[in-house]
Ligand binder design. Structure first.
Ligand SMILES: Cc1cc2nc3c(=O)[nH]c(=O)nc-3n(C[C@H](O)[C@H](O)[C@H](O)COP(=O)(O)OP(=O)(O)OC[C@H]3O[C@@H](n4cnc5c(N)ncnc54)[C@H](O)[C@@H]3O)c2cc1C
Length: 536
């Protein structure tokens, strides 16, 4: 049972602590001069909120009469954990026993009718409502800035409602966890194809609501590309879209509702496209390039090649390539020496991972073509071992943030999308900004590719500021967002806007674009109770 702050902010399996491997510890000591024996605040205090629930016992009673007393919680732990996500600052503050915006209560509705009734009460009494999935948001989207209730769908909305091989689709309730859905599909010979790094602890409702992207998105698309139809309860009523393969019935509603981050209503069901699951056919390989520029050009040529796309298509920039060599204890080893002899030198070389899925002929063809393009750009094929290594830790590497923070290391990420023609400029400008902070590592990879551009994912790593880490981080983080924005990157490729990026939205989509979102919100939610202060 969760009791402490650490229990509620730590990413990964509940109660399990990650150990840092000796290579990582050695690296942190040497590179960042971190004293690994000195522990920072770890958040082991029992959760105790200083803000009491501000809803009257009568209102709580009304909610209990709708969804049952056992599905209404006002405990400090429940309120605290629903008021934060997994942003670096969430963890940093919670380590200090600070939860800025807990909801007043957490409700676990059992069906759609209960949500309709809850929204009616909330509208009448002007109580904010925040739809919540698995709480993996990293954009402050879950903070209850005006109090109110969190509507948690992970307890009761987790059924698989329809599996259709004929339509190649699955209809699920929005709060089912990623692995439960994927295991079901795999057993039936299919895959959902959506594997965000948060896959183990996230839900289809959250994937669609934040317009997320999985690690295989180059082949399978983003969450909005997978979405065929949905049901959403808004204060205005229940909106249902149909699962036609496509239609021409005015602007596409599914696309407009995807990315709504709970501001229009609670998504209760989604129908998603599925694909045949043939892991035995997968083709895997990796390629090392002499520099990032050539590697990016190869990636772009693959995306323009018209022979099909890899599903997982990732490229580490030189700093990330180097650090992954060091942390895996490979620097200076035989493979490293060999690569150096061939002219693939540290701090210039870039490692690409490729996995193609599907029919065997297809996977072989695409991999052969990718290899041809890579060779044209001077790459050396390093085989499937690096891909297998990456696959083995593709979810668990995220568990490392807390042990890093425990010893005073700042580790966070930020992401964007950019056209091919502007990619190198953006990469280099944002890196220059990040590295302007003394002794900061900036690791960048591309993990989602399109014919017209790609994403850039920045990981930054440095020693915490001992005087005031919250203020120091906030200023630095704002500078990164502004550097991305100024240099032509989108505000977000897949994490969403939340409350964190809201101040910049208008300058990206314009006042008319923002006005359109507000107008739809005003229509569906005239009193503005749904996830206030998010997006608009
Ligand atoms: C370690 C880590 C790695 C991550 N990696 C990725 C990644 O690779 N790709 C990626 O896309 N994202 C990633 N994320 C971000 C996050 O996991 C995604 O945004 C995910 O889609 C959120 O799903 P969730 O169920 O946790 O939603 P929550 O975090 O609970 O909610 C996210 C937003 O969606 C809204 N929402 C949730 N459910 C509903 C619903 N049923 N109806 C209406 N609104 C709803 C919430 O109000 C909120 O605004 C990562 C996060 C972490 C912590």
């Amino acid at each position: 049972v969760e009791k402490t702050y650490r229990d509620i902010f730590k990413w990964g399996e509940f109660g399990k602590e990650e150990e840092l491997n000796p290579h990582v510890i050695e690296f942190l000591q040497k590179a960042l001069n971190v004293d690994v024996s000195k522990k920072q605040k770890q958040g082991n205090a029992i959760v105790q909120l200083d803000k009491p629930c501000s809803l009257s016992p009568e209102v709580i009673e009304q909610f209990a009469s709708i969804c049952g007393a056992e599905n209404v919680s006002t405990t400090d732990v429940d309120r605290a954990k629903h008021g934060i996500g997994r942003f670096y600052l969430d963890s940093l503050k919670a380590r200090d026993c600070v939860i800025d915006y807990p909801p007043d209560a957490v409700l676990y509705p059992r069906n759609e009718t209960e949500i309709v009734n809850i929204l009616a009460i909330c509208e009448e009494l002007d109580i904010a409502v925040i739809p919540v999935g698995a709480r993996s948001s990293v954009t402050r989207a879950l903070e209850a800035t005006r109090g109110g209730v969190s509507l948690d769908l992970t307890k009761h909305f987790k059924r698989i409602l329809k599996f259709s091989e004929i339509n190649s689709s699955v209809t699920v309730e929005a709060g089912i966890m990623g692995p439960v859905l994927e295991n079901f599909l795999n057993k039936n010979g299919y895959t959902c194809g959506h594997f965000p790094q948060s896959f183990e602890f996230s839900t289809p409702g959250g994937w669609v609501a934040a317009r997320g992207a999985g690690q295989a998105s180059t082949g399978y698309g983003k969450a909005e590309d997978m979405l065929l139809s949905l049901r959403m309860v808004s204060p205005k009523g229940v909106l249902v879209t149909k699962d036609y393969p496509t239609e021409s019935t005015g602007p596409e509603l599914d696309r407009f509702l995807a990315g709504s981050e709970g501001i229009f209503g609670a998504i209760t069901q989604v129908t998603l496209k599925i694909r045949k699951y043939n892991p035995e056919n997968s083709a895997k390989s990796s390629f090392i390039f002499r520099d990032f520029e050539n590697a990016v050009a190869a990636m772009r040529d693959v995306m323009h090649g018209q022979f099909g796309f890899p599903h997982f298509f990732r490229l580490q920039d030189p700093e990330e390539t180097e650090l992954s060599f060091q942390m895996a204890g490979m620097s200076g080893g035989v493979e490293d020496m060999f690569l150096k002899l061939l002219g693939y030198n540290p701090n210039n070389r870039s490692l690409m991972h490729v996995i193609v899925e599907g029919d065997r002929d297809y996977t072989r063809l695409v991999m052969r073509k990718v290899a041809q393009v890579a060779m044209r750009y001077g790459a050396f094929e390093t085989g499937k071992k690096p891909v297998d290594k990456w696959l083995a830790q593709r979810y668990s590497s995220a568990y490392l943030r807390e042990p890093f923070m425990d010893i005073g290391v700042r580790l966070d990420t930020i992401e964007t999308s950019v056209s091919w023609e502007n990619l190198i400029h953006l990469w280099s400008s944002v890196r220059t900004y990040i590295k302007s902070r003394q002794n900061t590592f900036c690791l960048v990879h591309i993990s989602h590719c399109y014919e017209n551009g790609a994403n850039l994912y920045f990981i930054f790593l440095s020693k915490m500021d001992t005087d005031n880490e919250i203020q120091s981080f906030t200023t630095f983080h704002k500078g990164i967002i502004e550097s991305i924005h100024k240099n032509g990157g989108s505000l977000s490729h897949h994490h969403g806007i939340g409350k964190m990026l809201r101040p910049w939205l208008e300058s990206e989509i314009g006042s008319i674009g923002k006005g359109m979102i507000s107008a739809v919100k005003n229509y569906l939610d005239p009193k503005g109770i749904m996830n206030p202060d998010t997006i608009v």
